[in-house]
Design a binder for this molecule. Structure first.
Ligand SMILES: *Cc1c(COP(=O)(O)O)cnc(C)c1O
Length: 396
């Protein structure tokens, strides 16, 4: 017999979410996740993935992954410290360090668990972390796990950050103080003020941690937001994911050798969770090779992003103030944003509504993630569907 208390909790909670329109029914993608996807047997233009460079279905990565399976099998066999460290992992980490312009790098099984791992390996209850109010959930959870005092600062507000940094440091209550921020904020597409953060960090000797999940492969000609600002030597933790622009799965931290050595002996998901599979590892390394060899995909991504932005702007949509290819289309009212997304979907454009609490109340939006793999024809078709549905719902 299963727990009555559990069943009651689950039934009530799910009913409550459904009542408030917050219960997410998950769509199943039939086949590959590319610029065109099939859902319920219908093809749609996909503007919802993080596969910025189309690498998730890039033939060069697929061939490399197949070869890895033939040579190494499908699993790493153990956690890294026991005997799960394959030569492939070392090769990937060398490439990551090269890609990020650091002494060394360490890979994890996901970006999420990388943040859980890395923050708590360095920060503890005697420390404080200054965290941007719009930071990703995995940063928030990583900070919580560390038991450090979490001090939120207003989104990208350097005045607020400086004031809170000064207060934290001058209080003498903390051994170490870290400042942590997304490199690119995925809901609005804005870029963190890293020069401002670095300046304040220097002033107060803060540890700097940048999660560039949405920046790597995108900003800085593909090398990320830290590179975009030329701050490779001044950020302690360059964290990133292999799951978005890189197209595979996994996470990493790039930084100085002493930091990476410490993470290898103290970060718990590295010590207690099985290593990335051979196919994931080699496919990720291949992606880095491609990005370091050629800017072609990156250039195409920005061209497509700008094309979509211009098209939507000309139609009169409010696309916010994105500085990256991420293109929000801000509707305002939550229900209307959801209706808008639903109608787009019915007309063959798959772009998700994002509403409170993920974004502030009254800024409900449909978020578009163009990729380098979209053709002009696909983007034109998407823009024309936007026009039709926008007029239908009285948005433009
Ligand atoms: C997606 C994301 C992550 C998690 O990365 P995964 O590799 O998908 O686990 C972490 N941080 C930020 C900012 C993200 O956007």
């Amino acid at each position: 017999m299963t727990s009555k208390a559990l069943n009651q909790f689950l039934d009530e909670s799910i009913a409550n979410l459904k009542e408030h329109g917050l219960y997410n029914e998950i769509d199943v993608v039939q086949g590959a996740n590319g610029p065109i996807i099939t859902i319920n047997g219908q093809e749609k233009i996909n503007l919802s993935s993080n596969n910025y460079l189309g690498l998730a279905t890039d033939n060069r990565l697929m061939v490399a992954a197949k070869q890895a399976v033939d040579t190494y099998g499908v699993g790493a066999g153990a956690v890294r410290t026991i005997n799960g460290t394959l030569d492939l992992h070392i090769q990937l980490e060398e490439k990551l360090a090269q890609f990020k312009g650091t002494e060394a790098a360490i890979s994890y099984q996901s970006g999420f668990n990388c943040n859980m791992a890395a923050i708590s390996a360095v920060m503890d209850k005697n420390d404080a972390i200054l965290s941007d109010s719009l930071n990703h959930a995995s940063i928030i959870d990583g900070c919580r796990l560390s038991k450090a005092k979490i001090i939120q600062f207003e989104h990208s507000d350097m005045k607020d950050l400086r004031q809170k940094a000064r207060k934290a440091v001058q209080s003498g209550a903390y051994k170490k103080v870290m400042v942590i921020s997304d490199g690119v904020f995925s809901m609005d597409g804005d870029i963190a003020n890293l020069p401002g953060i670095v300046e304040i960090a220097k002033e107060f000797d803060l540890i700097t941690y940048v999660d560039d999940a949405h920046g790597s492969g995108v900003t800085g000609n593909g090398a990320g937001t830290v590179k975009h600002f030329g701050l490779e030597k001044q950020i302690d933790f360059q964290m990133g994911t292999l799951s978005k622009a890189i197209g595979v799965v996994g996470g990493y931290v790039a930084g100085k050798e002493n930091l990476i050595n410490w993470l290898k002996v103290r970060s718990r998901p590295f010590l207690f969770s099985t290593a990335l599979s051979p196919a994931d590892t080699i496919a990720s390394a291949k992606a880095l090779e491609i990005l370091m060899d050629s800017k072609e995909l990156n250039v195409q991504l920005w061209e497509n992003g700008n094309y979509l932005k211009n098209g939507l702007m000309k139609l009169g949509f409010n696309i916010g103030h994105s500085e990256t290819p991420i293109t929000p289309c801000i509707i305002g009212d939550e229900k209307k944003a959801q209706m808008f997304s639903k109608r787009l979907n019915e007309e063959g454009v798959y772009a998700k509504a994002i509403v409170f609490p993920t974004v502030p109340r009254g800024t409900g939006r449909v978020r578009n993630m163009p990729t380098s793999a979209h053709t002009k024809e696909m983007l034109d078709e998407a823009i024309s569907v936007y026009e039709q549905v926008g007029k239908e719902l009285g948005i433009i």
